[in-house]
Design a binder for this molecule. Structure first.
Ligand code: C5P
Length: 241
């Protein structure tokens, strides 16, 4: 059994371009502690011995830049670069089509823009997939969750969902390769687009387990997230000093 990683990194990161951090670079190429965000993510997966190859989906016009970065940081032998698509799902599908896996092999998909993922969480996700065939990292909700209806006057609450029933989906999200491929084929046939891989596997009728995540595994989305990620990174470095 082999473990493959897919890092979708073909987003435009438009939400990042507002405010004082205005930049032309998509967020996966911004630097965190002097190192591109994508490289932080790659590093964490490269440290897990079970991982064989990491597929990175990028926009065609960014291929050269990513190839140069991957070589500069010494990951060229572990990484394959594929062309992403217009949606995250397409970017993942392109990588999934490119990899040569057996049904029983494991594929983990991880947002390239979650650079603080740690090797221990990755390993726990792989172990959960070995046991359950599908598992994602999720963060138990601490806030009280309300269901709302959007009206012209703003949101009106329609229900309170007990928070013990809620986890916030993060990544990595891992699956047996055969299961993920079948679920993607069904989604494509039905014209379904999901915001994560788990939703695609869930709708195919397969149970998905949850591994405990952490608030430090944040997705760099808006201005301000970079500063928070720097803070977490420095704190982790200080703990290991
Ligand atoms: O846009 P969102 O924050 O959901 O992006 C999550 C991840 O998916 C990012 O790493 C982004 O680069 C990637 N993505 C992609 N192809 C797209 C859109 C997003 O690979 N078309």
């Amino acid at each position: 059994m082999r473990v493959f990683i897919i890092l979708p990194a073909a987003g435009l990161g438009t939400r990042m371009s507002a405010g004082h951090h205005s930049t032309a670079a998509p967020k996966q190429f911004l630097e965190l502690a002097g190192v591109p965000i994508l490289i932080h993510s790659l590093r964490a997966f490269a440290q897990v011995p079970k991982v064989s190859t990491i597929y990175v989906s990028v926009r065609a016009n960014e291929r050269e830049r990513v190839e140069a970065q991957v070589s500069e940081y010494g990951f060229a032998d572990k990484v394959q670069i594929v062309t992403g698509g217009d949606t995250r799902q397409e970017s993942v599908a392109n990588a999934l089509n490119a990899l040569d896996c057996d049904d029983n092999d494991i594929v983990l998909v991880h947002d390239a823009v979650r650079p603080l993922i740690d090797p221990a969480t990755i390993t726990r996700t792989i172990e959960a997939v070995e046991k359950h065939d599908a598992a994602i990292v999720g963060l138990p909700a601490v806030d009280t969750i309300k269901q709302v209806e959007r009206t012209a006057d703003g949101a009106i609450i329609t229900a309170t969902i007990p928070r013990e029933y809620i986890v916030q989906a993060q990544t990595p999200q891992g699956f047996r390769c055969g299961l993920l491929r079948r679920a993607f084929a069904e989604a494509t046939a039905d014209g379904f687009t999901g915001t994560d891989e788990s939703s695609i596997v869930e709708r195919a009728g397969s149970p998905v387990a949850v591994v405990a995540g952490s608030s430090t595994n944040l997705k760099i989305t808006q201005p301000g997230d970079l500063e928070l990620a720097e803070f977490y990174l420095q704190r982790t470095a200080a703990l290991h000093r």
